[in-house]
Structure formats: C-alpha cells, structure tokens
Design a protein around this ligand. Structure first.
Ligand SMILES: [Zn+2]
Ligand SMILES: [Zn+2]
Length: 344
C-alpha cells in the first residue's frame, strides 16, 4: 500500500486534508499525479449526504500525468498527460461491456469514488487527492492542445451530455434545446453547436441570453415567460434537460417536436409525467449517465478537433469547501476545478 494526500469529507460540510491509501500498482494499472479535478453536483450530494462512517474522498473528473506504469500497461508511458472520469472499472464481459457501454455494466461499473474495488473490496477514493491509481483501460490520453484544467470537466460533465447527444443523432440541421446552464448544460451547448445543430437555451434567467449566445446558442427561451414557452412549443428535436434539482418535466416536454426526445440528465430520482405530454406528438422521455470507453475517447477526439473544453474557475484545492458552497448556490460559470498542486 502507498499513500497520498487528499480531501476527505468530515461531516456534511467540511473536508479535511489527510493522508489516504492508494493501492500498489497491479499489472495493468497506472499511477497518475492528479493536477486538476472538477467539482461536480455528485460531489456536492455525496458530501451533504455523508453519514460519517464511510470514508469519502470525492472527485471524478480529473487530469494529470502518468508517473508509473504496471508491467502489462501498453497505452501509456511515464510523463503522458492523461484524463480519468467517473468510472474506473467494469466486469468487461457482460453484454453492455461487450458493446462498449461499460457505464451500464450489468455488474455495475466501479465508480471512481464511493465504489467497491472489484479485486480487493476496498472503497474507492476520488480525485480530490494528489495521486490516483487506475486501470489503464479506464484512463484516456489527454489530447495535446486541450488545457488540462479546463479539460478535466469533460470527463464527467462532458461525457454525460456527449453520449446522449450522439445516441440521439444530433447533427447538422438538428434543433436542440438545453435547459439548465451549468456544468453539463454549457458543454451541451458547445457540443451541439459544434455538431452542427441549432441550439437554444431554455432558462428562467432571461438575462443570460448573452452568455448563451457566447457559448454557441442561437437564442434563449425564458422558461418563466408563458408566452415565450408557448411560442417555442413543439420546436425541438432533442431537449437536453440538465436541471440538477427536482422539477416538472411537463413544460419542457411541450417544447419537444413530434417524435422528438427529452433526455433527462441532471437529476436522479422520481420523475412524474402526464401521459398526455408524451401522447401529443409521440414524444419520448429518455435518460443517460456517463459514457462507455469508445464514446469517451470519441468525445476527447472531438474536443481536440474543435478546441472545446469547459469554462472553468480554477481554485487551489484548499478552497474545496468554498467551491462546494458556491456550487450549491449556483454561483459558478460554469464549473469549478480544483488545482491539486497545493497538496504536494
Ligand atoms: Zn460528476
Ligand atoms: Zn460488464
């Protein structure tokens, strides 16, 4: 066993800088010096729900540099820039894994933190730390030209919107709406725009129209304005709903065009739907989460080709509590990223 320094939840509001264990490298593992790790709503939920007994080190979208390789590693060398997301292992043999959908592994993928390691049964600890040890198959070369701080958030926020956009066939001519202009939403706007779609942001903050256009949107529909919502009825082939809190999907379904799809991504939990909101227009309600290895690699290639990264506010990792508090208030444009170099 080796050790590193990380930020461990203490209660539901505090994180403490402590020494945490990392496994010795297995044959197909790489060790990564974590340079930047994004702060996700999942991290916020995990800390706020932390019951005190389990060891919680959040963080599941990070970039860094390979510092050591196991003897069977073929895709990485020491010194390579690397990116890791919210899945670090899967069974590798089920139908989902065989289809490149490790995110839907029948045995459940091993999560980057709060998961159970498939080999030694330990609880996985996340990227709010200076070093991570991960199977090479779940690490991705970070393309040259992408800023490592701004690229970190591609690995959770990015892939979470990328896979459904691709699966729903978004491309030139698609009319796409994005609700919720946060970490996921702002990347959905950038991706859909770069894929050739005409993108509209749906937001209750009409004063964010300028921001939306800057990100690549064509316009903004004010969700608080009944006339604007009525005017946008049946308009979008795909609506990417990234609102991170419980909400009524009815008003958003009504914006979806005939045979179109609402992809509900930002909030896990019960959704109540009026059947009539689906019936009128043969509309589809869908969801997705994270992405498989092929989609993740394709997303990074696409980002490199189009120069896409997240818009981030980088903070030294010692300010992690401030980042979580501000994320909770929606006070971030659009993603916090922790700089872990203060843990050296
Ligand atoms: Zn996340
Ligand atoms: Zn599997």
């Amino acid at each position: 066993m080796r050790s590193t320094t990380g930020w461990q939840a203490h209660g539901t509001t505090e994180l403490r800088r402590v020494s945490i264990p990392r496994r010795d490298l297995r044959r197909d593992d790489i060790a990564v010096r974590v340079d930047f790790c994004g702060v996700c709503h999942t991290d916020l939920h995990a800390v706020r729900a932390h019951d005190g007994d389990d060891v919680l080190v959040p963080g599941h979208e990070f970039t860094g540099v390979v510092t050591e390789t196991g003897p069977d590693v073929t895709r990485f060398r020491v010194g390579d820039p690397v990116a890791v997301g919210n899945i670090v292992d899967s069974c590798g043999v089920c139908v989902m894994c065989a289809a490149g959908q490790e995110n839907f592994c029948r045995e459940f993928p091993t999560l980057t933190y709060g998961g159970t390691d498939r080999h030694d049964g330990t609880t996985t600890l996340g990227g709010f730390s200076r070093e991570h040890v991960v199977r090479e198959g779940f690490a991705y070369p970070l393309p040259a030209g992408l800023d490592p701080a701004a690229a970190a958030s591609l690995m959770c926020a990015g892939i979470t919107v990328w896979e459904p956009l691709r699966a729903l066939g978004v491309g030139p001519g698609s009319r796409v709406a994005v609700s919720g202009l946060g970490g996921l939403g702002h990347l959905a706007v950038k991706f859909a725009n770069a894929l050739g779609a005409e993108v509209t942001v749906v937001s209750r903050s009409a004063d964010r129209a300028g921001e939306a256009v800057k990100l690549g949107a064509y316009d903004l529909v004010d969700s608080g304005d009944p006339d604007a919502m009525a005017a946008a009825r049946d308009r979008f082939d795909v609506l990417i709903d990234t609102i991170p809190v419980p909400h009524d999907v009815g008003p958003y379904l009504r914006l979806v065009a005939v045979d179109g799809t609402l992809s509900h991504l930002g909030h896990l939990g019960t959704i109540t739907v009026e059947a009539m909101d689906l019936l009128v227009g043969r509309k589809k309600l869908s969801s997705a989460g994270s992405g498989g290895r092929p989609a993740t690699a394709a997303m990074l290639d696409f980002c490199a080709a189009h120069g896409i990264t997240a818009d981030v506010e980088v903070l030294p990792s010692a300010r992690v509590v401030e980042a979580l508090d501000r994320l909770e208030r929606g006070d971030v444009r659009y993603r916090f990223v922790l700089d872990l170099s203060d843990l050296s």
